[in-house]
Design a protein around this ligand. Structure first.
Ligand code: AMP
Length: 630
């Protein structure tokens, strides 16, 4: 098994034997009796009857051999904090946190919502949850009260863990008022809130509900909370992501499949070894943060560098300075971050000794060639694109250099990873496209490999309906991405088939933003469209028809309404979802049958030909867009 082609083929055609071997990479309390039960498609049950624990594999098992080696390196350029936790120290902190969770009534199967900035306690909290079989649901700190409330109602947590504030670019960003408002808005009321007081901003506590982390930690300094051996299929966590409808989807992951999948990816994709240092610049609120800040590197016995701060502060070389200081071997980031760095002095790329670094992995959005070339030349290191989704938990397409050294092609994330039976389907006929350069929807034939979503939290039916379709003889999972494959089997991703947009690597549903804007009293109708942006890949632009046009008499009035709408989105969804511009139209461009012409709007904004407009009801709004952009 020395070529990737045979490795891949085996993963598909001798699926169970292949994954039985991967399962050897982790510790089990009881080994599985069956590798994959796919008797109820599309539900895949991996490692049936096995029992294991994610925290055991990430922390406890390393204490034996590398107690004093670094496990978690925490760096905040916002607060100036820099702490390294060895595996033994991480083990202690996680047990303290687990004891606190238990003291607050958290039991196996309970949900714990984590709404925290990038602080070490967030890592302790996630690991403590999976240690005792509680199901964490991390909500990105950039989300505001309305987004948080929807997630609280869906996850129905017994406990929320939060902090007084985050910090961004030296500015304190309070969290507690948003959390309090979210709990007021939500139907479900969590029994307890655990507050990490960073001393960044004062906050009010709700007596009886809110508890102080530092105080409770003191009480549990010597806590010993053993890992609970969990059934392979026990949910480890849920993570909400956007789709076509306004209601976010709770992607649910299992325990054993996820642990095996990450352990395998650390070996075959990232070639990570115990003692090395992994630095992912993502946030724990996203899937990359789950898989490759917390679990993946720790499972491999590597140290993980967790960073709070901007890539440009206190200077544009701060990441490379950290690579030098901590001898980082693997780095993972997003194209947007590289485009931000591109505006800095290129000399910063060669100012520090980054000889420890083996490769820079990029994911989350299309990697454009100029950006890839710029960073490849500047660093003199391999740049490895990888394509995946919140749903899959680990890369679908990339190159598996841990199996066989493989060439990267600029513009392509690579080839299907082992376990992912990737196909292209013709959008109209639903038939498989097998030729090179044929454009189709990227789908994955079931079963999805270990580590992918088991279902959507509390909604099996939505899971089936949203993602799965029958093609003759099989069920396939849709990625909702367009793609083509070249003669060598490399895939190219051409954008989403649905109304999901990707702003700076953040996945946003246009419908959610539209719903938020619609709640402004002077908005009659709104469309949110993703428009090409040189820095963020895409930017969200809003097109609004006002109820009372007298509010738009002059540019000052328009600016005022635009400002109100942006503030509304900020307060409901969070700044990540804020449109870059709001344009006011007398009506939205629609077909005579009332269908919104999103692509035409997008084309006009991107200065492209809007194409065939014979079905348009009234072209006036497209002219209005052109005028306002000019
Ligand atoms: P998320 O679930 O937030 O990770 O977003 C997943 C979506 O981001 C995918 O469906 C793609 O549309 C896009 N995406 C992720 N990685 C890449 C990549 N390497 N190249 C192109 N698009 C990507």
């Amino acid at each position: 098994m020395n070529t990737y082609a045979s490795f891949y083929q085996r993963s598909i055609h001798e699926r169970d034997a292949f994954w039985a071997e991967q399962a050897e990479l982790i510790d089990w309390q009881v080994k599985p009796t069956q590798i994959c039960d796919y008797s109820k498609p599309p539900f895949a049950h991996w490692f049936v009857d096995g029992t294991t624990n994610l925290c055991h594999n990430a922390v406890d098992r390393h204490v034996k051999d590398r107690a004093d080696q670094a496990a978690l390196i925490y760096v905040s350029t916002e607060t100036g904090q820099e702490v390294t936790y060895s595996f033994a120290q991480l083990h202690d902190e996680v047990q303290r946190m687990a004891a606190i969770l238990q003291s607050l009534g958290v039991k196996q199967g309970d949900r714990v919502l984590i709404y925290l900035p990038m602080i070490a306690e967030a890592a302790f909290a996630m690991l403590a949850c999976v240690r005792i079989g509680a199901i964490h649901s991390v909500v990105f700190g950039g989300f505001a009260s309305h987004s948080l409330a929807t997630r609280i109602d869906d996850a129905t947590p017994v406990l929320v863990i939060s902090a007084d504030a985050g910090s961004r670019g030296g500015k304190v960003v309070p969290y507690k008022p948003l959390l309090d408002e979210a709990i007021t808005l939500s139907q479900h009321k969590p029994k307890a809130v655990l507050m990490v007081d960073r001393g960044l901003t004062p906050f009010t506590s709700v007596p009886g509900r809110d508890h102080d982390y530092a105080g409770l930690r003191e009480q549990h300094m010597n806590a010993q909370v053993p890992c609970v051996w969990l059934d392979a299929a026990h949910p480890s966590y849920t993570l909400y992501t956007s789709g076509t409808t306004g209601k976010p989807k709770g992607v649910q992951r299992d325990t054993a499949g996820y642990t095996v999948a990450l352990a395998a990816s650390m070996q075959h994709i990232f070639e990570g070894q115990a003692g090395q240092v992994y630095f992912s610049t993502s946030d724990i609120g996203w899937v990359v943060g789950h898989s490759y800040i917390i679990y993946g590197p720790l499972i491999a016995g590597m140290a993980t560098l967790m960073y709070e701060g901007l890539p440009t502060r206190p200077h544009g070389g701060v990441w490379w300075e950290l690579v030098e200081k901590y001898k980082v071997t693997h780095m993972f980031s997003a194209p947007t971050a590289v485009r931000v760095l591109k505006k800095q002095d290129p000399a910063l790329l060669s100012k520090y000794d980054i000889s420890s670094l083996k490769a820079l992995y990029l994911a989350g959005e299309p990697l454009d060639e100029p950006t890839a070339q710029w960073i490849a030349e500047g660093l003199g290191k391999p740049i490895i694109d990888n394509y995946w989704q919140t749903e899959t938990g680990w890369p679908i397409l990339t190159v598996a250099n841990g199996v066989q050294t493989m060439a990267s092609k600029f513009g392509s994330p690579g080839v299907p990873m082992y376990g992912f039976n990737v196909k292209l389907l013709d959008d109209n006929s639903g038939e498989e496209l097998t030729g090179a350069q044929e454009k189709g929807v990227v789908v994955i034939e079931g079963p999805l490999p270990p580590g992918c979503l088991q279902t959507l939290w509390g909604d099996d039916e939505r899971f089936v309906k949203t993602y799965w379709q029958s093609v003759p003889g099989k069920l396939v999972y849709s990625t909702f991405d367009w793609g083509v494959r070249d003669e060598d089997g490399y895939f190219y991703i051409l954008g989403r088939t649905d109304d999901v947009i990707n702003v700076a690597g953040h996945r946003l549903g246009t419908r959610e933003i539209e719903e938020s804007i619609s709640s402004h009293p002077n908005v009659a109708e709104v469309a949110v469209v993703g428009v090409a942006d040189a820095l963020k890949g895409q930017a969200a632009m809003a097109f609004v028809v006002a109820k009372d046009a007298s509010a738009l008499v002059d540019s000052a009035a328009r600016l005022k309404l635009e400002g109100e709408i942006m503030k509304l989105v900020d307060s409901q969804l969070g700044a990540v979802a804020r449109p870059s511009r709001v344009l006011f139209l007398s009506l939205l461009p629609k077909t005579r049958s009332g269908k919104l012409l999103r692509r035409a709007i997008q084309a006009v904004c991107e200065n492209r030909d809007p194409g065939d407009l014979t079905t348009i009801d009234d072209p006036t709004p497209l002219h209005q867009i052109k005028e306002q952009l000019a």
